[in-house]
Write a protein that binds this ligand. Structure first.
Ligand code: ARG
Length: 460
């Protein structure tokens, strides 16, 4: 146990911190993952202090060299993190002073942990956003590739999970591409909001030293600088936005997961996942379970949970820093890990997924998802849509009663229901016709889906 005099803030205290309290309030176990950002920020701060003649060039150089050494030690797993030193900031600062002596004690001039932690978090979020964007792009790429490769595969499109109208499988995949495109844009926005420099806010009110915040911002490539010190140390909007963008992204992945799980079932049998991406059952020898999409669907709940937790933490929090804000980290870090892992495995799932096009086709042919096309056919022959709907409904009913499908009816039988029917009705209700005649902008025809793929390719 370290003596109270060894704590960086020990001066005012007579007693050592209670051991349990120490453990309760320490964040080192989770904030140590920001060591790189903390050191980057401290190096920029030290450079600024010397440039503004607040510390000597000599001291600044010692600090910078010392910090680089610590960075290397941590990278190599040679650094001893201590719970008693609370957090990553004090662990690093105290090691620095131990290594380089008095100069280390000058690093924290004109700085508080409140603006320091804010800086670290901005740097960390900014970097993670970029990595997440890359992973989103990779998943999008996997979707586009599959859409392109399977162009022409027809499946039933669903509403109410009932077969509704024939669509291209590629059209379905591209719908997810566009959801991810919005996710990408949302993360871009998060990155922009995180791209603002808080250091120099001090504990809450600024500092008495002649600092140069612009210099630090330039050093760390920040576009913007907080213009209000209270806001700088209290703002967690970018974390809320991150968690919100992450939740929406996970909801998208969860929807796709649900569909993949359904499609893998014997009942659908539309796709098969790669053996390398599934597990078996310890009891039932026949099982091949879609664990990955199930887990992604399951993990969505915890990311949404982190968003709710953070909203609740910030709600009713008075300005400026409160220790509650330390709670911004674990949920954020877990959301980052969950999102990145889910995106990465999902790209693999999509790349390895086998499409069972005959089963999709059968699901279209052995059903009535072409009934709208029957009605549209009559409308094009002059019948008002409502009457055409009625006639088509009766035909469907007639077929169901006889256990056949629309394609099994002869032209004569069609004619019994309406004089408007002619030989060409059989062509009009073929799956290819149904799909390709939906050639309105954004529709499911091959032409429209090709256009979507082309537009998507242009973006990357
Ligand atoms: N570990 C703290 C956090 O994550 C750092 C800031 C502490 N500031 C303070 N005044 N106790 O929020």
């Amino acid at each position: 146990m370290i003596k109270i005099s060894e704590k960086l803030w020990g001066g005012r205290f007579e007693k050592s911190t209670d051991e349990m309290i120490n453990e309760f309030q320490a964040s080192i176990n989770f904030d140590k993952r920001m060591y790189r950002e903390d050191i980057e920020g401290s190096i920029a701060h030290a450079k600024m202090l010397s440039k503004c003649k607040i510390i000597s060039d000599d001291d600044a150089q010692k600090i910078i060299d010392g910090l680089k050494k610590i960075l290397a030690d941590i990278d190599e797993g040679k650094f001893n993190f201590s719970v008693e030193l609370e957090d990553i900031h004090m662990n690093i600062e105290s090691a620095l002073t131990k290594n380089i002596g008095e100069a280390g004690g000058r690093l924290h001039t004109a700085r508080s942990r409140n603006d320091q932690v804010a800086l670290d978090m901005h740097l960390y979020v900014r970097r993670q956003v970029e990595e997440i964007q890359k992973l989103i792009a990779e998943l999008q790429d996997a979707l586009i590739n599959s859409a392109e490769k399977n162009l022409g595969v027809i499946m039933p499109g669903y509403t109410h999970l009932q077969r509704a109208q024939p669509i291209l499988f590629s059209h379905h995949l591209m719908a997810y591409y566009f959801m991810l495109k919005r996710d990408f844009a949302r993360f871009l926005g998060v990155g922009q909001r995180a791209d603002i420099m808080p250091l120099g806010a001090g504990a809450l009110a600024g500092t008495t030293f002649p600092i140069d915040r612009k210099f630090v911002a330039d050093e760390l490539k920040f576009t913007d600088i907080y213009l209000n010190s209270l806001d700088a140390v209290s703002d967690r909007d970018y974390i809320l936005e991150f968690l919100s963008a992450a939740s929406i992204l996970m909801v998208h992945l969860s929807r796709l997961s649900e569909e993949i799980i359904l499609w893998c079932s014997r009942e659908f049998s539309f796709i098969e996942l790669d053996d390398a991406h599934c597990t078996g059952s310890s009891m039932m020898p026949q099982k091949k379970n879609p664990d990955v999409p199930e887990l992604v669907r399951g993990k969505t709940g915890r990311v949404i949970g982190h968003l709710m937790a953070m909203l609740t933490t910030v709600k009713a929090l008075p300005l400026a820093y409160n220790k509650d804000l330390q709670e911004d980290k674990e949920g954020l870090f877990d959301a980052i890990d969950t999102v990145k892992f889910s995106l990465a495995v999902f790209a693999q799932i999509i790349r390895g997924m086998k499409i069972k096009s005959e089963n999709m086709r059968r699901a279209v042919e052995e059903d009535f998802s072409n009934a709208t096309d029957l009605a549209d056919y009559l409308v094009k022959k002059g019948l008002p849509f409502r009457q055409a709907h009625e006639v088509s409904g009766k035909l469907v009913h007639h077929c169901i009663e006889r256990g056949i499908y629309l394609k099994d009816l002869s032209t004569e039988e069609f004619k019994n229901f309406s004089e408007k029917f002619a030989e060409d009705i059989h062509d009009a209700i073929k799956p290819e016709t149904c799909v390709n005649s939906r050639n309105s902008l954004g529709g499911t025809s091959i032409e429209q889906v090709k256009m979507q793929i082309k537009a998507a390719r242009k973006i990357f």
